[in-house]
Design a protein around this ligand. Structure first.
Ligand code: FAD
Length: 390
C-alpha cells in the first residue's frame, strides 16, 4: 500500500497531526497499538493547554467536540518559592481572558480518535505495530508485524518517549533521568479554586494544583507532585485519607479539606534531548522528539506545536513537491529547534535551581522570584511566552 504520510503513534501528537492534514490532498496512514480509552471518572493525566494550542485544536475542528463541562479555564497562576517568595500571573493583568485551559488527556485523545476514524484521506491500522523500516531513495517502506508493508514519502514518528521510529532511524536520544516521579491524583476540595493554578517549589519537589471544571457545586483540582522516587513511592502507599492530609498540608490548606476522587498514580520523569528530529524521509513529533520536566506543564503543548508546524509545511507544499525531501524536513527541524531547546533549557534550569541545596541559593532564588513579581514588564513577557503569543 502506498501513502504520502505514514504516522506511527496515535497519541495526542500523532492524532492532531493526522487531523490537521484532513483537508489536504495527502493520503495518510496511522499505525497505532491500541485506541484511547475514556477515563471512567476524572482522568488523572491532565494538561494545561496554552491559548495558542487551543486555537490549533479549534482550527482542526476538535475543540467543539470536547465536553465543555470538563474544560477548566485558568484565570491566574500563583507560584510559591521555598522561602515565602511568591510570583503571581493573572489573565486580567496580561490583558487576555484566560491564561490557558486544563483538559484531561483521554478527553482530547478520544475526540481526536473519533475524528480521524471518519477522515476520508486516512487509513487506520489499529491494532498494529511496525517491525522494520527501509529508507529507499524516493520512499520509506514500513513493514508491520502482521507482514503488511506501507510505502510512504514521509514517515512520522509520533510514538512517544521510547520511540521505535527514532531508534530504527538511528536518531540519537540523550536521556537525563531526574530520579523523580510525577505523582498525579484528583481531589475534590472544600473551597473554590477560582480558576487559579497553584504551584509550590518545595524541598521535596514541585507540587502543582491545577483547577478542574466544577459542576454540581463540587470543586475539584488535579495534582502533579514531581518528587524524588522514594517520596513518590511513599505517597503511593498512603491511604486516600492520609494522602489528602499530606497534600492539603503541602499546599498550606489553601483549598480547605480534600477528598480523593481519582487514585494516585505516577510516571517517571526524565529530560530527553533529540539533537536531530529529522532523518531522510522521516520526522519526529511529540515525546518522540523531546521530553521535559512537567513543572512548566508544556509537554503536550510542544507536541501540538510540532504537529502544527509540520502540518503547515506539508499543507503548503505544492503538488509537484516531494514532501519527504530534505528541503522540507530541514525547514521543519529549523522551525522547531529553537522553541524546543528554549523550553527544555528553561524548565531544566528552573528545576535545578530549586533542586540545589547550596548555601545562599535559597535566598537568591526566592529574591529573584520576588523581584520578578515586582516587575510587570518581565512578568508580562514571561506569561506571553507561556501563552504561545510569540
Ligand atoms: C504514564 C504517563 C503518565 C503521564 N502523565 C502526565 C501528566 O499527568 N501530566 C503531564 O503533563 N504529562 C504526563 N505525561 C507525559 C505526557 O503524557 C506526554 O507528554 C504526552 O502524552 C506526549 O504525547 P505523544 O502523543 O507525543 O506521545 P504518547 O502519548 O506517548 O503517544 C504515543 C502513542 O504511540 C503509540 N505507540 C508507541 N509505540 C508504538 C509502536 N511501536 N507501534 C504502534 N503504536 C505505538 C502508543 O500506543 C501511543 O498511543 C505522562 C506520561 C506517561 C508515560
Amino acid at each position: 500500500m502506498s501513502f504520502d504520510v505514514v504516522i506511527v503513534g496515535g497519541g495526542l501528537a500523532g492524532l492532531s497531526l493526522a487531523c490537521a492534514l484532513r483537508d489536504t490532498r495527502l493520503k495518510i496512514a496511522l499505525v497505532e497499538n491500541h485506541p484511547p480509552v475514556a477515563a471512567a471518572g476524572w482522568d488523572a493525566r491532565v494538561y494545561a493547554i496554552s491559548p495558542a494550542n487551543a486555537d490549533f485544536l479549534q482550527k482542526i475542528g476538535i475543540w467543539k467536540h470536547l465536553d465543555a463541562g470538563r474544560i477548566a479555564p485558568i484565570y491566574a497562576m500563583k507560584i510559591h518559592g521555598d522561602a515565602e517568595a511568591q510570583l503571581d500571573f493573572s489573565a486580567y493583568q496580561t490583558g487576555v481572558s484566560e491564561l490557558g485551559w486544563i483538559l484531561e488527556s483521554s478527553l482530547m485523545a478520544c475526540a481526536l480518535w473519533e475524528s480521524v476514524k471518519q477522515q476520508s484521506n486516512l487509513c487506520l491500522f489499529c491494532p498494529a505495530a511496525p517491525q522494520a523500516v527501509e529508507i529507499q531513495g524516493d520512499a520509506a517502506v514500513l513493514t508491520l508485524t502482521d507482514g503488511r508493508t506501507l510505502s510512504t514519502k514521509l514517515l512520522v514518528g509520533a510514538d512517544g518517549r521510547d520511540s521505535w521510529v527514532r531508534a530504527a532511524a538511528g536518531l540519537q536520544a540523550i536521556n537525563t533521568p531526574y530520579g523523580e516521579m510525577g505523582v498525579v491524583a484528583n481531589f475534590a476540595c472544600e473551597r473554590p479554586h477560582r480558576g487559579i493554578a497553584r504551584q509550590w517549589f518545595r524541598d521535596d519537589g514541585v507540587l502543582a494544583w491545577l483547577p478542574l471544571a466544577s459542576s454540581d457545586s463540587t470543586h475539584r483540582f488535579s495534582m502533579v507532585w514531581s518528587t524524588p522516587d522514594a517520596h513518590a513511592a511513599e505517597l503511593l502507599t498512603l491511604s486516600g485519607e492520609n494522602l489528602c492530609e499530606r497534600v492539603a498540608a503541602a499546599g498550606s490548606h489553601e483549598l480547605g479539606e480534600l477528598r480523593l476522587i481519582t487514585p494516585a498514580s505516577a510516571f517517571p520523569l526524565r529530560m530527553t534531548r533529540v539533537p536531530r528530529i529529522t532523518a531522510p524521509r522521516l520526522a519526529l513529533v511529540g515525546d518522540a522528539a523531546h521530553g521535559i520536566h512537567p513543572l512548566s506543564g508544556h509537554g503536550i503543548n510542544l507536541g501540538y506545536r510540532d504537529a502544527q508546524s509540520l502540518s503547515d509545511l506539508l499543507a503548503a507544499a505544492v503538488e509537484w513537491q516531494d514532501i519527504g525531501s530534505e528541503t522540507l524536513l530541514r525547514r521543519y527541524q529549523r522551525a522547531r529547534r529553537e522553541e524546543i531547546a528554549l523550553m527544555q533549557y528553561t524548565t531544566h534550569t528552573l528545576r535545578q535551581l530549586f533542586h540545589e541545596k547550596l548555601p545562599g541559593l535559597k535566598f537568591l532564588r526566592n529574591t529573584g522570584m520576588n523581584v520578578t513579581n515586582a516587575l510587570p514588564v518581565i512578568k508580562n513577557l514571561l506569561v506571553r511566552y507561556a501563552l504561545g503569543a510569540f
